[in-house]
Write a protein that binds this ligand. Structure first.
Ligand code: NAP
Length: 252
């Protein structure tokens, strides 16, 4: 479909070596974008970029720590150098962080989660937006969570960071609404990715499934479908908003 065709556009996806970011990078690549597959882990970034190229798409792997502002500036420059301009960005990289009550929460763990999950989104947009203004416009999706709108026990840093991402998205959308840059956030429910499987056993994952009225957790591809829609010209009147993909988790 032409209006979901990203041919001629360059896209950055952070945390694209795994899970949700990898699914978004693959879908953007399949729809014609030149994808900068960015991750901390070079082997994973190389693998996803290689898969996109093997399928006939355009991609380059890039290593960047989203919690390093200079690295994010360099990543945007890489995208402009490789693709000629930057049109699309998905600020997706994130971690779960420690599982403790606020009264026991480790301070270094708090700082790390905020650095990656919130500051990383700011550092990304801080450099992506000027490049998109140079390109005449663009679209950004920030991956928040259902925990951008509701609480969850033992995950205060994550919940605070994701609420922050939703607010940061709204502020940026207002500032650039008349300059051709749309900025939205996406709130996935629990999704089947290494973020969950690395930290939880099957019983715990089954317990999370039961929290979703649809009776299961989601897939990375289901998050990618919404994200790519929001990046596309079909979403031309959608900016500043927070979009759930959560099997009715937050409806309860
Ligand atoms: P994932 O499979 O662990 O993928 C996250 C990727 O981000 C990994 O490749 C990870 O690299 C990378 N990363 C971690 N720290 C980074 C940093 N400082 N700079 C650059 N890359 C970094 O997790 P996911 O489930 O796909 O999560 C993606 C996003 O969705 C996150 O923002 C997460 O909060 C959000 N989300 C996930 C769920 C869920 O249930 N899975 C639900 C709602 C929202 P390493 O593997 O090397 O650490």
């Amino acid at each position: 479909m032409a209006d979901r065709d990203f041919t001629g556009k360059t896209a950055i996806v952070t945390g694209a070596g795994s899970g949700i970011g990898a699914a978004i990078a693959r879908e953007l690549g399949a729809r014609g974008a030149h994808v900068i597959v960015s991750d901390l882990d070079v082997a994973n970034a190389d693998q996803v970029a290689g898969e996109i190229v093997t399928e006939g798409g355009k991609a380059d792997a890039a290593v960047a720590d989203v919690s390093d502002a200079m690295a994010m500036q360099k990543l945007v420059q890489t995208a402009v150098d490789k693709g000629g301009a930057l049109h699309l960005a998905v600020n997706n990289a994130g971690i779960g962080g420690p599982s403790e009550k606020v009264g026991d929460y480790p301070t270094d763990g708090w700082r790390k989660v905020i650095d990656i999950n919130l500051n990383g989104v700011f550092y990304g947009m801080r450099h992506q937006i000027p490049a998109m203004l140079d390109a005449g416009g663009g679209a950004i999706v920030n991956i928040a969570s259902i925990l951008g709108s509701v609480g969850f026990r033992n995950a205060s840093a994550y919940v605070a960071a994701k609420h922050g991402v939703v607010g940061l998205t709204k502020a940026a959308a207002l500032e650039y609404a008349q300059e051709g840059i749309r900025v939205n956030s996406v709130g996935p429910g629990f999704i089947e990715t290494p973020l969950l499987s690395k930290n939880l056993d099957q019983d715990a994952i089954d317990g999370l499934s039961a929290l979703h009225p649809v009776g299961r957790i989601g897939t990375p591809e289901e998050v990618s479908a919404l994200t790519c829609f929001l990046l596309s010209d079909r979403a031309s009147f959608i900016t500043g908003s927070y979009h759930l993909v959560d099997g009715a988790y937050t409806t309860q």
